[in-house]
Ligand binder design. Structure first.
Ligand code: PLP
Length: 916
């Protein structure tokens, strides 16, 4: 077993994420050793082992309030005196309290050994302050220059401030150095608030060289000089932006409060401030994250006796609970669902379409939590969020650059707006029959082509998926910088449907759209960047579209010319605790005043006038959860994902047939300059991972696991069905030879065990089948595997729009008026049909006239349109379609064949009858 934080010479990603879990494991080990000792009596070896355990725990115990110094002292004392039974009793009690989280609620867990019975019998007065009832529990980190002997009385001081009416209860963790403070914020998930006073030291007393590296990731180089309080506040809010940070100072508080260094600080106290004032501030800070204005009000509404005279019979449940026939509806869903229903926007329920009260309030909290200027709740999924943004930004004829592998809502969005999609292809992962993600180079190429042809001003928006279904995470900062260097006012729509959780990971946050905005704002404001830009300008000059070298030159935008305009959409229901369809649009748009009107219109156009109240409430609650435990949940999910990857790829039986695709397999080397190959590699440190995150064009989200099943002789669809029918495991996405296993904030170690067991069972089955089937079975199996793994169809790139839909057929850039083709197809007389295998298809591919798709054709998998309306069908597309072994192809009816626009119709359209 790994020691919590101390083993090895380098801190691996695994150890980092596992530290909290490893601590609990270590306590379990300790308890087991204590039991053995208790049973056997004195045993020098066992005592040494126990001492080692305690020594390894010491550094991390300093960072946690429970069990705390007093209990640890008593525990050590029992060991020293050889009181094995008492030692065992205490170790077991602490270990159990940690595992079950009982210490958060149960005062007995905190009692010294001799006090336990008194506490259990409720003899200890509550004024002792140990009892928390069911109030949510958290910990406050105090960073102060203070003799350690004073820590106990400091903790007592805060306990005495507790009042019966407090909504939350907390304990103090005290540290006296910068390094310990960073460690505590990192490894103690219970820390929600930090009180920083002045005069503490930098270096930890703990000698844990491996952790220095981690700290170095987040600590500015000059932090050791000057004022440590401000620097610490900066580092902590970078690490965990949700933390409430308070600064106490002896200096002129007014001057301190106004300075830059305390930008991330919630409140500045002057030294001799009333402790009660601090106590109330701490509770107020938690309350500010805990409160859910919409949900709170909805609960109140449900409790009121209201007579309703509006549409919505289920409101208040009367049509259900009194029914003779659908009473089970009420039994199944419970009363609250119906008591909390209304079609009115009165009663303080506010209106999603024109929020002025608690919805507005809830949206502002969501914007803060996600690091955006604005947030808008959407109750019909990110499909709708995306369309809203399209319609708010684009006007007919505008060019929108779209990653062709984007979710279909973007393609339909472009149709609706009448914008001309300029499709750019992502890099293919042909071997897995999937696309990777859209590189920066082809985006630059498209923009430079538009610039060369004098049409760059028509390009309004760039749509990118981050992360992709399969986990490709973009380098948001570099992408935006290089695009803005060519087109300084480009609007970005980052579709982060899967990625909302990333905000709460200190690793991934920098690669979210809003993380990118924060970094770029800082960059553009810095004098150093101005110098860097001046140098770049002197070397490269104006952006010359004829200069192909620019494609491989890192481009930097003019800080005086850029307009930072960034939109992000998140399916809150996909990665956080919102009900299905709960989604959000967040934005930081420097030119918001220009968009506000159109955005409102677009929001009205797409939003139901009867938005689901429960979805709105769940968005509010999902935000609360992430602001209070997102850091913990995402950290644990990441750890689980990394563990599953390692388990599968190193399992002697499973790895014969299955594999989790590594970053090296999912991201071609040219996009992975750091050279990172996997998440856990001997000798690879947190610093290496961090470098990859900062530099590489793509990073793989560990929580999205592409499980390759081709070597087991299963195609993705087959394997998905097998997992579901025989093993009760549900997965969603498949490719020709893989399935996607997604790890979320809801997954547990039992889920991992379940999956590993299923894979082991299946592997054993294959082993048995092959062993029993003789030569024939082996040959058939090998042939099947070869077919799945090697005989993979090439993915067809976007071909082009037919000239009839192009403003300038001579243009090298490939955008087209897709909407015209889309509407031409409404009149069936404009269409013709050709069977996929009809020889005419081959004949026309060779000699014309062009085959032009009338429809979006979207096979699942891979789930992106291989044809869009008005697109010329290429040989590659036909070959791909013919090889495709999936049943579900939207927009294609095998019996009727390909739906095409007739050549004479195209000709007539080209020569006049345009609708644009
Ligand atoms: C799921 C998804 C959407 C659509 O989101 P819903 O909330 O299901 O409507 C949009 N974009 C991407 C990348 C998605 O994965």
């Amino acid at each position: 077993m790994n020691a919590p934080m101390t083993s090895g010479t380098t801190q691996t990603l695994m150890q980092y994420f596992a530290a909290s879990e490893a601590r609990i494991d270590q306590w379990r080990t300790l308890s087991r050793l204590a039991r053995a000792l208790d049973g056997r009596g004195s045993d020098a070896g066992a005592v040494v082992e126990i001492q080692r355990c305690l020594r390894e725990l010491a550094p991390i115990e300093c960072l946690n309030a429970y069990p705390g110094q007093a209990l640890l002292d008593q525990l050590n004392d029992r060991l020293k005196r050889g009181e094995w039974a008492a030692f065992h009793r205490m170790a077991a009690r602490i270990s159990a309290a940690l595992q079950t989280n009982a210490y958060r609620e149960d005062s007995a867990a905190w009692a010294l050994d001799d006090e336990v019975e008194a506490v259990m019998g409720d003899v200890l007065p509550p004024a002792q302050g140990l009892s928390s009832g069911r109030r949510p529990y958290f910990e406050v980190l105090v960073v102060a220059a203070m003799d350690r002997s004073h820590w106990t009385s400091l903790k007592e001081t805060f306990r005495r401030l507790r009042r019966p009416e407090d909504e939350f209860i907390y304990e103090i963790v005290a540290v006296d150095s910068f390094e310990d403070a960073v460690l505590a914020a990192n490894f103690n998930y219970n820390v929600q608030a930090v009180l920083v006073s002045e005069g503490f030291i930098f270096d930890s007393q703990q000698d844990i060289p491996v952790l220095r590296e981690l700290i170095a990731q987040f600590v500015p180089e000059d932090a050791q000089d000057g004022d440590l309080g401000g620097a610490l506040a900066g580092v902590l809010s970078h690490l965990r932006p949700e933390l409430d940070i308070y600064l106490t100072t002896d200096r002129d508080p007014a001057a301190v409060a106004g300075s830059d260094e305390v930008a991330g600080v919630r409140r500045v106290f002057y030294g001799p401030e009333e402790p009660m004032e601090m106590h109330l501030s701490i509770l107020g800070g938690i309350k500010d994250r805990y409160r859910t204005p919409y949900f709170d009000n909805l609960k109140k509404y449900a409790a009121r006796p209201i007579g309703t005279f509006h549409a919505l019979p289920v409101a208040r449940g009367k049509s259900i609970f009194k029914s003779n026939w659908i009473r089970d509806m009420g039994e199944f869903y419970g009363t609250n669902l119906f008591l909390a229903e209304s079609s009115a926007t009165t009663g303080g329920l506010d209106s999603l379409l024109d929020p002025t009260g608690n919805i507005k309030d809830a949206q502002e909290l969501a914007a803060r939590a996600l690091g955006a200027d604005r947030a808008f709740f959407v109750t019909n999924g990110t499909s709708t969020s995306n369309k809203i943004v399209h319609q708010a930004i684009l006007t007919p004829g505008d060019i929108v650059l779209i990653d062709r592998d984007c979710h279909k809502s973007h393609h339909y969005g472009a149709v609706m707006c009448g914008a001309q999609p300029l499709y750019i292809d992502a890099f293919p992962l042909t071997q897995y029959s999937m696309y990777g993600s859209l590189g920066i180079r082809p985006i630059k190429q498209a923009l430079l082509t538009l610039k060369a042809e004098g049409r760059l001003d028509k390009a309004k928006m760039l749509v990118l998926t981050n992360c992709t279904f399969d986990g490709h995470v973009a380098n948001v900062q570099q992408t935006m910088l290089e695009v803005l260097a060519i087109k300084p006012d480009m609007v970005f729509l980052w579709d982060e449907a899967w990625f909302g959780f990333a905000r709460f990971s200190p690793f991934l946050r920098r690669r979210t759209a809003m993380g990118g905005v924060a970094a770029l704002r800082k960059l553009f404001a810095s004098p150093a960047y101005r110098e860097q830009y001046a140098k770049f300008k002197a070397e490269v000059g104006e952006i010359d579209p004829a200069n192909q070298a620019l494609l491989d030159t890192r481009l930097w935008p003019d800080p005086d010319a850029v307009r930072l305009r960034v939109y992000e959409t998140d399916s809150v229901h996909k990665s956080m605790s919102a009900l299905r369809q709960g989604s959000i649009v967040i934005c930081s748009d420097q030119d918001w005043p220009k968009v506000e009107g159109p955005f409102k219109e677009a929001f009205y156009a797409h939003t139901s006038t009867s938005p689901n109240l429960q979805i709105i409430a769940s968005l509010d609650l999902a935000r609360r959860q992430m602001e209070l435990e997102g850091f913990e949940l995402v950290g644990k999910a990441t750890q689980l994902a990394i563990e599953i990857r390692r388990e599968i790829n190193h399992h002697p039986l499973i790895s014969k047939y299955f594999r989790c695709a590594t970053p090296a397999e999912m991201i071609p080397a040219e996009y992975r300059k750091s050279g990172i190959e996997d998440f856990v590699v001997p000798g690879q440190t947190i610093a290496d991972i961090s470098r990859a995150l900062n530099q590489d064009e793509f990073f793989l989200d560990p929580s999205r696991i592409t499980l390759l099943c081709g070597n087991a002789g299963f195609d993705g669809t087959q394997f998905k069905a097998l997992l579901s029918s025989d093993h009760d495991i549900q997965i969603n996405k498949t490719s020709r030879n893989s399935v996607l296993v997604q790890i979320n904030i809801n997954n547990t170690r039992s889920d991992m065990a379940h999956l590993i067991k299923a894979l082991a069972d299946i592997s054993r089955d294959i082993d048995r089948r092959l062993a029993g089937g003789g030569e024939g079975a082996r040959k058939a199996f090998d042939a099947r595997v070869k077919d799945l793994v090697e005989n993979v169809p090439d993915l067809p790139d976007f071909s082009r729009f037919h000239d009839a839909f192009r403003d300038d057929p001579a243009s090298k850039s490939c955008e087209g008026h897709m909407r015209e083709a889309y509407y031409l197809a409404f009149d069936d007389a404009n269409c013709e049909y050709l069977g996929l295998n009809d020889p005419q298809v081959d004949e026309r591919l060779k000699n014309g006239p062009d085959l032009v798709s009338a429809k979006f054709v979207i096979p699942y998998p891979p789930g992106f349109p291989i044809m869009v309306p008005g697109q010329v069908i290429s040989q590659e597309i036909i070959t791909f379609m013919r090889k495709l072994d999936v049943k579900e192809i939207h927009g294609f009816n095998a019996a009727r064949g390909l739906q095409l626009l007739r050549p004479d119709v195209l000709e007539a359209h080209a020569s006049g009858g345009k609708r644009r």
